[in-house]
Design a protein around this ligand. Structure first.
Ligand code: HEC
Length: 446
C-alpha cells in the first residue's frame, strides 16, 4: 500500500477539526475580529513567504494557501500544525542536549510571534480584512541559477506512473575531459506537483561503469539511499523551497574526467494522477582550480573500519527511543578544513539524530523525518566555522522507533507484506537502517 490514501485523510481530519472547533469556543470572535490579525493585512504575507510555494495549485503540498476561502476553512487545523512546528518542514532544531555552534542560512521556520499571530487569526474565525489596504506580498522564492554554465537533463521526458511514491535515479554525464570544480547548482523543477525532493550525487570515474550498468531500458533505476549504500558525495539536497546551492567563496567540489552525476528524484504521487516530468539541473562548473577545494564526507555506519561501538548495531523489534551511538573519525585524507554544511541520514525507523565533534554539537535533529532532508549551512564567516581535519573524533548518535506505531515504517512494512516489526540491522534497502552524518568541508587555507 502506498501513501496515496493521504489526501482523503487530510480532508477528513481537516473537516473534523473545523466541525468541532470554531466559533463556539470563541464567543468573542466577531467582536474582536476588527482588532486582531486579518488575512489581507497579516496572514497572506506570511503564507506567501513560508507556505505557498508548496501549498498552491500545481505544487506538491495539499491545499491552496494562497486562497482565502481555503485557508479560512482550514485555519484552526493549520494553527495546530504550526504550533507543533510540523510545517514548514525544517528538522535542524536545537535541543537541551545539542545546540549547534551557529544558526543556519535560509531558515524557513516561522518565529514564535508569527505562529502566535496565525493561531490567533484561526481562533477569531479567520477574518478577511480589507483587500483595499492589503499588505504587500513577498516575491516568490528565487529558483534560478542565473550564472549556470551547464544544464543537464536525462534527455527525455520521464513518465512518473500513477501507482506510487517512488525513488528513481537517473545518470547524467557532464562529459568532462579535464578536472572541473562545481561552485553552484540548482534544480530546474518540472512536475512541481509531484516532486518531493531531488538529490544530486557525484559518482567517481571508477564507479561510472557500475551506475551506467544499473540503468534499465527506460533510462532509470529505482534507488533509495545512495548516500550510505554507495558512499557517493551528496552535492545537492533540494526541496521545493530550496534556493540555489552556492559553495563557499573561492571554493568548489572537484570532479575528475569520466565522473557521472546521479540524480535521485522522489516522486510523491499521492494525487494518483501520474504525470510527465523533465526535471533538469543547472550547475556552475569551472576548469580553473579554485583557491579552496570543497568536499562532502559521509561519516558513521558507512565507515565500518573506523567505527567503534560497544555492541553490534541492532535495533530491537517493538522498541521506541532505541539509541545507537557510533564513535568514528573524519576520514584520514581530509586536510585542515572548516565545516560549513551539515546533514544526516536515517531510514524509516529513524526518529532522531545528533552529530558531534568531541563535546561540540554540530547538528541536532530531534524529530527525524525522512521526507524532508536538507543540507543545513551555517550562517557564519569562514574563520568562525568549526575546524575539522582527518582523524578528528566524531560521534553520530541515532535514535530509532522500531514499533508498529511508527507510521512511516509501518507503511513500508505493510507494502512488503509484513504485519509486525522485526529486529533491524545495518544494510541497504528500505527495511534496514543506517546512521550517518554528512560533513560539508572546505579547505582551511588563506
Ligand atoms: C517544502 C514544501 C512545503 C512547505 C514550505 C510547506 N508545506 Fe505543508 N505540506 C507539504 C506537503 C508535501 C504536505 C503533505 C504531507 C507530507 O508529504 O509531508 C504538507 C502537509 C501540510 C499540512 C497537513 C499535514 C499534517 O499531517 O498535519 C498542513 C496543515 C500544512 N502542510 C501546512 C503548512 C503551512 C501552514 C505552511 C507554511 C507555514 C507549510 N505547510 C509549508 C509541503 C510543504
Amino acid at each position: 500500500m502506498q501513501r496515496s490514501f493521504l489526501f482523503p485523510l487530510f480532508l477528513a481530519v481537516a473537516l473534523a477539526a473545523t466541525a468541532c472547533g470554531s466559533p463556539s469556543d470563541d464567543d468573542d470572535a466577531s467582536a474582536n475580529a476588527e482588532d486582531g490579525p486579518t488575512w489581507h493585512q497579516d496572514i497572506a504575507p506570511l503564507f506567501h513567504a513560508h507556505c505557498v510555494h508548496c501549498h498552491s495549485e500545481g505544487n506538491i503540498g495539499p491545499f491552496a494557501f494562497d486562497d482565502y476561502d481555503e485557508a479560512k476553512v482550514l485555519s484552526q487545523w493549520i494553527g495546530n500544525n504550526i504550533r507543533q512546528r510540523v510545517m514548514p518542514p525544517w528538522s535542524a532544531v536545537a535541543s537541551d542536549t545539542c545546540e549547534p555552534p551557529h544558526p543556519f542560512k535560509h531558515d524557513v521556520r516561522l518565529s514564535q510571534d508569527e505562529i502566535d499571530l496565525i493561531v490567533d487569526w484561526g481562533r477569531r474565525d479567520a477574518p478577511e480584512g480589507d483587500p483595499a489596504t492589503a499588505a504587500p506580498l513577498p516575491a516568490p522564492i528565487d529558483r534560478e541559477l542565473e550564472d549556470a554554465t551547464h544544464r543537464l537533463d536525462r534527455g527525455s521526458t520521464w513518465d512518473i506512473g500513477t501507482a506510487d511514491n517512488g525513488y528513481f535515479c537517473f545518470v547524467l554525464d557532464p562529459e568532462f575531459d579535464v578536472p572541473h570544480w562545481l561552485t553552484a547548482a540548482q534544480v530546474v523543477p518540472d512536475a512541481l506537483d509531484l516532486l518531493h525532493h531531488v538529490f544530486l550525487y557525484l559518482v567517481p570515474p571508477e564507479q561510472a561503469a557500475e551506475v551506467d550498468d544499473r540503468l534499465g531500458p527506460e533510462g532509470s533505476f529505482e534507488c533509495f539511499s545512495s548516500i550510505a549504500d554507495d558512499g557517493f558525495q551528496p552535492l545537492v539536497m533540494w526541496l521545493p523551497d530550496s534556493p540555489p546551492l552556492r559553495l563557499p567563496e573561492d571554493s568548489g567540489v572537484r570532479a575528475e574526467p569520466g565522473s557521472r552525476l546521479l540524480m535521485q528524484v522522489h516522486y510523491h504521487a499521492w494525487r494518483e494522477t501520474g504525470g510527465l516530468d523533465q526535471t533538469a539541473i543547472d550547475m556552475k562548473w569551472t576548469d580553473e582550480a579554485p583557491a579552496r577545494e570543497a568536499r562532502f564526507e559521509v561519516v558513521g555506519s558507512n565507515q565500518p573500519a573506523a567505527v567503534v561501538t560497544d555492541a553490534p548495531f541492532s535495533i530491537p523489534q517493538e522498541l521506541n527511543q532505541h539509541v545507537e551511538e557510533l564513535q568514528t573519525v573524519v576520514p584520514a585524507d581530509v586536510p585542515a578544513s572548516r565545516l560549513w554544511s551539515v546533514s544526516g541520514r536515517l531510514n524509516h525507523a529513524g526518529s532522531g539524530l545528533e552529530l558531534r565533534s568531541g563535546s561540540d554539537c554540530l547538528l541536532s535533529v530531534p524529530e527525524w523525518n525522512l521526507d524532508w532532508m536538507r543540507l543545513y549551512q551555517y550562517d557564519a564567516p569562514l574563520e568562525e566555522l568549526p575546524p575539522l581535519s582527518g582523524g578528528d573524533p566524531l560521534s553520530v548518535s541515532c535514535e530509532y522507533d522500531n514499533t508498529w506505531a511508527n507510521f512511516g515504517l509501518r507503511d513500508v512494512l505493510e507494502a512488503e507484506g509484513h504485519d509486525a516489526t522485526f529486529t533491524m540491522g545495518l544494510g541497504p534497502g528500505e527495511l534496514a537502517e543506517m546512521c550517518v552524518g554528512v560533513l560539508g568541508l572546505v579547505d582551511d587555507v588563506p
